[in-house]
Write a protein that binds this ligand. Structure first.
Ligand SMILES: Cc1cc2nc3c(=O)[nH]c(=O)nc-3n(C[C@H](O)[C@H](O)[C@H](O)COP(=O)(O)OP(=O)(O)OC[C@H]3O[C@@H](n4cnc5c(N)ncnc54)[C@H](O)[C@@H]3O)c2cc1C
Length: 341
């Protein structure tokens, strides 16, 4: 064991949540260390969809891969296209987003150590395979399987899973396919990128295992003329079991806090919003973050709808068909499904 250095704040995880938090703290002159287990910041199993209102409008244009002002939504009984003058959802490449956010955090003065796996946490210290660091504040931005969350002894019961293939080609439409017989309360998607599309499916793990989800995705892709031969399946969990984010001098953000939507699996906005809110709270302990309060309210609404749909399959069909009919007739706005404002 080498170093024994002290930092005001240590952030574990250089995903969007950790990096958003680091940038704001460092801008205020706070001595912040970000520890990331991967050698390269950014790559993550993700469809890369970001909403205009939540994030896309705040990012430089070169980070946007494809903007979509129409969303094609299909169910067993309806097909509808929701359109808007602004792009509703745009796709981004997670590696490009990660590199851009890391550069911003470094330029602000954060220290980022990649290839550094945190193996243990103590009341005042963080242990990696080669060093020991001490902290005043600790931020767990370490994703769905968070070590910080386990250290805080906060259980995770409600978890989603996503599986995707990156299918080469030029895809024109952004598609959501809600089919309770196949995906229960989840859905299958086509999110087009520059030279490929993320074609995947999301489901609540309480409804099916990732293996069953993958089989159902294969079936759905075959039905829609897509072949998985030679393609590699990518899968990961999405924690939506939110039980608080502030625990004394320790915080959880993004997937570690369970702030992704259980209904849609959207979690990038939640990570950035909670990362920034935690930074503001560390800077000023009296800070009450209105944006995070609205996000938590949205998260609760999504969880309630998910619970309602989860009670029985026929009920889920009625709710999801009614939801899509309400979107089609503009009784509700697409933003009701988004985590952003
Ligand atoms: C298939 C799939 C599709 C998705 N599609 C979308 C989408 O289209 N839009 C959307 O908004 N969201 C989507 N999500 C969810 C989104 O990817 C996450 O919600 C988001 O990445 C959460 O960000 P985060 O910063 O909280 O965590 P992460 O992005 O998971 O970052 C956590 C970081 O912590 C690091 N880490 C973990 N443990 C340690 C450790 N012990 N030591 C050091 N470092 C550690 C990891 O390497 C990682 O870099 C999808 C998820 C999946 C699985």
């Amino acid at each position: 064991m080498t170093t024994d250095k002290h930092f005001h704040t240590i952030i574990i995880g250089a995903g969007p949540g950790g990096l958003a938090c680091a940038s704001l703290l460092a801008q205020k002159g706070i001595d912040v260390l970000v520890l990331e287990r991967s050698r390269r910041i950014g790559p993550k199993v993700c469809a890369g969809g970001i909403t205009w209102s939540g994030l896309a409008r705040h990012l430089p244009a070169e980070l946007i891969e494809k903007p979509f002002s129409s969303q094609h939504i299909r169910t067993g009984r309806q097909q509808t296209v929701i359109s808007s003058p602004e792009p509703i959802i745009s796709t981004i490449n997670r590696e490009n987003l990660g590199q851009w956010m890391a550069e911003k955090a470094s330029r602000s003065g954060s220290t980022i150590k990649t290839g550094t796996y945190v193996t243990a946490i103590g009341a005042k210290e963080v242990i990696t395979s080669s060093a020991r660091f001490t902290y005043d504040f600790l931020v767990g931005a370490d994703g769905s399987n968070s070590l910080v969350r386990r250290y805080l002894q906060i259980p995770v019961v409600h978890m989603g899973a996503g599986v995707q293939y990156l299918v080469p080609g030029n895809f024109a439409e952004m598609v959501w396919h809600l089919d309770p017989d196949q995906f229960a309360t989840g859905y299958a998607w086509i999110f087009p990128h520059k030279n490929c599309a993320s074609v995947g499916a999301y489901a609540n793990r309480a409804d099916m295992s990732p293996k069953v989800l993958q089989e159902k995705l294969h079936h759905w892709m075959a039905k829609h003329g897509m072949n998985t031969t030679g393609l590699k399946a990518e899968a990961a969990t999405i924690n939506f079991d939110f039980r608080g984010f502030h625990f004394g001098n320790r915080f959880l953000v993004g997937d570690a806090a369970g702030l992704a939507s259980g209904l849609t699996g959207e979690g990038i906005y939640s990570a950035v919003c909670s990362g920034e809110a935690v930074a503001r709270t560390i800077i000023d302990p009296a800070h009450k973050d209105q944006k995070l309060a609205r996000l938590i309210k949205k998260h609760r609404q999504h969880s309630r709808l998910l619970r309602l749909c989860g009670t029985n399959r026929q009920f889920a069909k009625i709710i999801l068909e009614s939801l899509v009919a309400a979107l089609r007739t503009k009784i509700i706005h697409f933003s009701a499904l988004e985590m952003g404002e």
